[in-house]
Structures are given as structure tokens and as C-alpha cells.
Design a protein around this ligand. Sequence first.
Ligand SMILES: [Mg+2]
Length: 191
Amino acid sequence: MSHTATKTRLRGVVFDMDGTLTVPVIDFVSMYKAVLGENEYQRIKASNPVGIDILKLIDHWSPHQQRQAYDTIAQFEQQALHHLQIMPGASELCNLLDSKKIRRGLITRNMKSAVDLFHQRFGITFSPALSREFRPYKPDPAPLLHICSLWEVQPNEVIMVGDSLKDDRKKCRTANVFTTRSRKDRKIRRY
Ligand SMILES: [Mg+2]
């Protein structure tokens, strides 16, 4: 009996940033409470036990409320940048991918300045690196498909590495991209 199944070649790896390439440092609960207020946070949390999509919530607010919310989120993100740490093994993995000429991309719901600082500290650049300024952001599959299109590869030739079942795995299923979950932080975060 002969096996004729053809192997799909891995052409690129797309990484999540917070909690995957960096050690998670953002205090998400405090950030949600600061944006929503204690009572609203408890109410929304009760109806979203898996996690809160704070950016999606904010999208429905008035421009003034949105500005305030983004300012608050930016403050938390800015604070976290002071404690930015690269995930152990991330650098070695990137070197391995480079040696095999496998492309490396990045998708995050964090802001562009955080990605810029990460690149600076890490000393390795991911390209493309899409931050939340790219709309629609994950878990929408659009950023992932955008990268596949730029790389001129099929979605099934790409792997997404992330720590969030909601954001990283969901968009991969929609985009037909393989996914693997980083193991350092096993908590499910929706950010
Ligand atoms: Mg993450």
C-alpha cells in the first residue's frame, strides 16, 4: 500500500506578542476595572466568563468615552513596558526559523509603540508586525490573511503561535491557519 499524501511546507510563523514573545506583565483585571468601573466590570464579567473583549466594548462607545478609555489602556500598557521581558527561548526559536528561511510575523492587540519598543529591546524584528492600529484586529482573521497575502503563501502553510484561545485560536480556525498555544502562561486572556 502506498501513501501518497503530500506534506505541506511551513513557510511562515506568526506570533502573538503579550504572553507569547514577552512575559505577561499587564494587570488586565485592574485595567478593565479602570476602564469600565467596578460595577460595570462585575456585570460584564458575569456574562462573559471566558474573558472580556475590552477593545470591542469600547468600539460601541461615544468618541469622548473612547478617547478616555484608550488613554487609560495606554497608561497600563506604558507602565507594563517598563517591565518588558522577552519570553525565555523566543530568541533561539527565531534564530532557528531564520536558519530555515521561515518567515516571522507578529499580530498584537497592543499599540504600535509597544511593538516598536519590543523590537528595540529584543533586537530582532518581525515583519510584518501588525498592532491594533490595523483594523479589524484579532480575533478577526483579517490581519492573519493580510500577512499570508503579503508573504504570498497559503494560510495552511502558516502557523500562529499565541497564548489566547479566544484571540489566537479563533482567528486561525476562521482563516484556516494552523495554531499552537504558547505554554508559559496557561491562563486564557482576551486582549
Ligand atoms: Mg497574548
